[in-house]
Each structure stands twice: as C-alpha cells, then as structure tokens.
Design a protein. Structure first.
Length: 146
C-alpha cells in the first residue's frame, strides 16, 4: 500500500511540474536592453496582437510581451481591457526609438491610442515604471532573441 501511495505522489508531483511549465508555454524569447533582460511572450499573429495583455491580472517582474512586425511602421496601441499600467517601448531593429511610460488603465470611453515618434518593427510591453527603474532611454541598444 505504501508503494501505491509513493507512485501516486510521484505522478501528482510530475503533473504539477507539467502544469507549471504550461503556464509559461507562451514564453518564446528574451529582450535585452543594455544589461536588462526581459522574458517575453511573442505576439506575431493578428489574433495575438489584438489580444495583447488585455484581461490579464498582472505581469511578472522582468516579463513582457513582444509584438513583432514584418516591416518598420508606426503601429498604434491602446489600453483596452487592461488591468494594470504598462510602459510601451518601441524598437527599430536593435535600437529603442521611443518610450511611452506609465500608461494608465482607463475606462473604455476614455481610450487613447499610442504611436511611436519613429517607425518601429518591435514593440515591447512591460510593467509601468520598468523603463525608468532600469534607466532605459531612446537610443539604447537592444538584443532580441526569439
């Protein structure tokens, strides 16, 4: 009987490990800005881009979402259905080209769109205050690993 419970315990433990790994199944890469590493989920399909971080309760520290565009442009972003404030960091190739810091959660009737001053082919969304906390600024080098 003791052996039976041991086997059950191992199965439950293994299942818990798979569930934990499954929580991060969307995590596909990293973005390093100077020496600051952010683990990112990739949004490169229209449905992923439209959903973004909407309806999430929070975002772990040093985690974010990276939106990938085929060519540089000035994509517009908004805070629809967001539950927490974010910084948006626009990147062209391997350089930060603009930052919209501390974008607040707002009611649907007050939604604004945010676009970069310069064309970008990557957009990184992170927790509000991240850019300031880490001294990230326009012109910083970026290393994207997808």
């Amino acid at each position: 009987m003791e052996r039976f419970y041991s086997v059950i315990f191992i199965i439950v433990l293994a299942a818990a490990g798979f569930l934990k790994v499954g929580q991060y199944a969307e995590e596909h890469g990293s973005v390093i800005i100077d020496d600051v590493k952010v683990k990112v989920e990739i949004a490169d399909e229209p449905t992923e881009m439209a959903k973004g971080l909407s309806n999430r309760k929070n975002l772990d520290e040093n985690h974010g979402m990276l939106f990938v565009f085929a060519t540089p442009g000035q994509p517009a972003f908004w805070m629809k259905d967001m539950n927490f404030s974010i910084d948006i960091i626009w990147i062209k190739n391997d350089v930060v080209v603009d930052i919209a810091p501390n974008l607040p959660v707002v009611a649907a009737e007050f939604l604004s769109t945010y676009t970069p001053k310069e064309p970008a082919n990557y957009v990184l969304e992170v927790n509000a205050g991240f850019a300031k906390e880490h001294g990230i600024k326009v012109g910083d080098g970026v290393d994207i690993k997808i």
